[in-house]
Design a protein around this ligand. Sequence first.
Ligand code: SF4
Length: 627
Amino acid sequence: MATGYHGKVIHINLSTSFIEIEEPEDYFYRKYMGGSAMGAYYLLKNTSAGADPLGPENTFCMFPSVLTGVAISGLSRITATAKSPISGLIGDSQAGGFFPAEFKRAGFDGIVVTGKSQHPVYIWIHNGEVEIKDAEHLWGKNTAEVEDIVRDEFNDEQIQVAQCGIAAEKGVLFGCIINNANRANGRTGMGTVMASKNLKAIAVRGNMRIDAADGEKIREIAKNGAKKLPNSGVADLGKYGTGNIVATKNPMGYLPSKNWSSGYVEGIEQISGKTMYETVLKGRETCFACVVRCKRVVEITEGKYQVDPRYGGPEYETLATMGSYCGVKDLAAICYANQLCNKYGVDTIACGATIAWAMDCFEHGYINKKQTDGIKLEFGNADAMVAMVEKICMREGFGEVLGLGSVKAAEKLGVGKELVVAVKGGEFPAHMPHDRIGLGLIYAVNPFGADHESSEHDPVYVTASDDMAMLGLVDPQPFDTMNNEKIKFSLYTQYQVSINDTLCTCNFVFGPVWHLYNPNELVDIVNAVTDWNVSLWELMLLGKRRLNLMRAFNAREGVGREADTFPVKMRKALVGGPTDGLSIPKDKIENALDDYYQMAGWDINGKPTRITLEELGLAWVAEELKL
Ligand code: SF4
């Protein structure tokens, strides 16, 4: 057996409380390696087409990877996979922190949960043992309380807890999974799937460390990363956090504002990462063994919006969705909204973007104060934004409908469909396709909805670089050009990020151009941890395999090209700032679909072909799809 894994996967049926430990063959680890690919594998195997995402037949998976827990920056992430209650398609989401490394040390390579418990439970995984424990006393408690209670039960502060929140218990569709009270498997409603199974939490603890095959090489690579950090593209990320992007995007007119009506907000520096650093930042947090330390810790002890550092601080996406999307420039209000999301367990992107959509509806006169519980839901109204976050988390009043997300809320209210900015139910994250059109293509085709972490962004391919050449990308293109070279860039970097999501590596640390470690260095790490002899070619096939597994899941649900859409709002001209008048012409994305599908080896409907699946060793998936 190679190193890097325990050779044990937990299977639990919560309907029967049956626990089984699978011991997969070595080749299984070499082929799927962990994370997103393993999650998609078990979801396809265990859940049939047409299953209710919130029914016992859905399969909930959490997988770290063969690299997780090794003491190199960016190797402590974990993937959650299940059928998403938001889209009815595959759901997939990553989180960092200390939970992933501790999960691995607890003695297992992943967990597959089916069924539904009769009453709330949590799963306790420790040093090779697994137990299902009663969680009646945890239900209805906020994330910090749950973590404290579980740690107290075992008198062990080092226990790590991943949990669904109160919002998911109440049926908010974009409920996330929170660990450490401030890290989230944020997108696609994975917390809501946990809650639907009466699974409150997974708690982990252990000392079953796996030694790397070549420990010396691992120490050398870790040291090199620390040495490179001060002059790398992630140095500022450590100091100002992802929030620094607010100040770089806005002057260029690429900060999504007022529900994507504009790319610019006057005075938005008030909520930038630098302002946070200079005012409310109490400290910086990290994930296991990471030298970047990009996580924000905010404390506000005075005023209307007081913030407890336990709940961390807002990332760029949260500053944008709760801030510029809503026209809000009140940093304390955004930090407080971020705290509510972490305390009650909702995805900040879906939450802020859905509120921004509702504000747009309010300004258009589609909804009124009577419907919004008397709240003047106007752009720029920070109090209204916070009040709506509270209502969504508690599923109260107008929060009940907004807790469905913007797509389903528009359907339910029968208004504002043309104002929705989402694909496959997933609201757009805060990177405008106007200056990164290749990313816009990925927003459209990604199996689990619009996502900014599913490919590289076009600006990294405006000039040539050795790192891009490693991926076979040697013909740079302008950021707003859509042609076959750009489609190739989008697809190949989608494979590269698919590697990250399968090996559970951080997208800030691993990637081409500005990251701490380039793709060839990732190959070195895989080989130093395992005793395999992988190449970048093998890893790219791994990324392609993961993408095809996910796409196949959707195809088995009967969904393909018709779901690869682009919001009509993108065709409307932006108003104000340097990008005033800019829009994305109708069909700029749609016309690229045929060529993207052909390059990916899919048919005209975006469905993987038998030959593509067989190329990837996925003949069993072709059988599932009856190809
Ligand atoms: S770069 Fe930031 S998010 Fe990524 S592993 Fe390091 S601390 Fe965590």
